[in-house]
Design a protein around this ligand. Structure first.
Ligand code: ACO
Length: 340
């Protein structure tokens, strides 16, 4: 009998403040910046996004997503023995958002009368920008298969609205805030027909400058520009090729054919990137999960948000084969193939 990891529950959370394109167009117009609903929809597929209010942090969004994921898995906070948070918008420089989340989950469990929460289990962040959830799931899968975790919370959580330059129309219309989480549990069986079937992650720092938030803190002061910078056309070109190669790599590793694939859940950056990727893989639109129109690009949160959305609206069913894949700043890219 071998140990494999399997997603047993999903959950997600969007902050209540939903901004349509028109809301954003009006806000930007007040600053003399011109854009339109038509331009945003045509170039990106985005119609709306959610922005967290100023007092809400990534760990708050992650907390709500985790509570929902645990409920859907039928697990308690005290069952959790590993927490990994993928984020590029952490609550603070340190400690990690994962440890803050761990404490919030523990406090909530104790307040509800549990004997203990998740205190003591390993908790850490992964920083791979929009590929962060794929990286986090890959690490959690390896730890579960090695026997060092049995019930992991793997989370993507972001407040990208905090790092946007609202004077730059080429980037500020693209992103949103939110969180998604999965419960990943150990399962023992012969052969390898269920749970996570294959993972594949990569990075190449030579592309670091086409998508970055270059600011840092020196002597208590922000040095450099702390807002997101992107060369959109360069990112677009690179992303499509990398997503195609990541998808093919996990299919080859697992021996699953493209025809056997039920769903592609790509990072929700831009509808045209998703359509180009699906076209290269010869997948029809009916096999691609799309939430970018309602969420915008939520970076590390986008894949678990889309996965949870598709599970809860009945698109993704138990037993189906699902390919999750992402690409992001660094550049980083990767994919996870699994049977739900
Ligand atoms: N409203 C109106 N006009 C705009 C806007 C806007 N919000 N933004 C840019 N424009 C204008 C530009 O100024 C330019 O005008 P010009 O021709 O007079 O100079 C024109 O639109 C075209 O600009 P491009 O940047 O060439 O537009 P493009 O068609 O490439 O679309 C976009 C821009 C949507 C960013 C595209 O490059 C893209 O999808 N790139 C992928 C990047 C992406 O999705 N990144 C997300 C983060 S990365 C990740 O998650 C992996």
């Amino acid at each position: 009998m071998n140990i494999y990891s399997r997603i047993t529950g999903t959950g997600s959370y969007l902050p209540p403040n939903r901004l349509t394109n028109q809301d954003l167009v009006d806000q930007l117009a007040a600053k003399g910046i011109e854009t339109s609903d038509e331009w945003i929809v045509e170039r990106t597929g985005i119609s709306a996004r959610h922005f967290a209010s100023p007092e809400v942090s990534s760990s708050d969004l992650a907390f709500e997503a985790c509570i929902r994921a645990l409920k859907s898995a039928g697990r308690a906070v005290s069952d959790v023995d590993l927490i990994i948070v993928a984020t590029s918008t952490p609550d603070m420089v340190f400690p990690s958002t994962a440890t803050i989340l761990q404490h919030k989950l523990t406090q909530a469990a104790l307040a509800e009368g549990a004997e203990h929460g998740a205190a003591g289990c390993p908790a850490f962040d992964v920083q791979a920008v929009c590929s962060g959830f794929i990286y986090a799931l890959t690490v959690a899968d390896a730890m579960v298969r090695a026997g060092s975790a049995h019930c992991a919370l793997v989370v993507g959580a972001e407040v990208f609205s905090r790092i946007l330059d609202f004077n730059d129309r080429t980037t500020c219309v693209l992103f949103g805030d939110g969180a998604g989480a999965v419960v990943l549990e150990a399962t023992r069986h012969e052969g390898h027909g269920s749970g996570i079937l294959a993972t594949d992650i990569h990075a190449d720092g030579k592309h670091r400058e086409i998508l970055c938030t270059p600011g840092t803190v020196v002597g208590g002061q922000v040095m450099g520009d702390p807002t997101l910078k992107m060369d959109g056309p360069a990112v677009f070109k690179l992303a499509v090729g990398l997503l195609d190669s990541a998808a093919r790599a996990v299919l080859e590793k697992s021996g699953v054919s493209l025809e056997e694939l039920d769903w592609l859940v790509p990072h929700q950056a831009n509808i045209r990137i998703m359509q180009s990727t699906a076209k290269k893989l010869k997948l029809g639109p009916d096999r691609v999960v799309v939430t970018v129109h309602e969420h915008g690009n939520t970076s590390a949160a986008s894949i678990p948000l889309a996965l949870d959305h598709a599970v809860h609206n009945g698109q993704i069913q138990e037993g189906q084969i699902v390919l999750l894949e992402g690409v992001g700043g660094g550049f980083t890219w990767g994919a996870v193939l699994l049977r739900m």
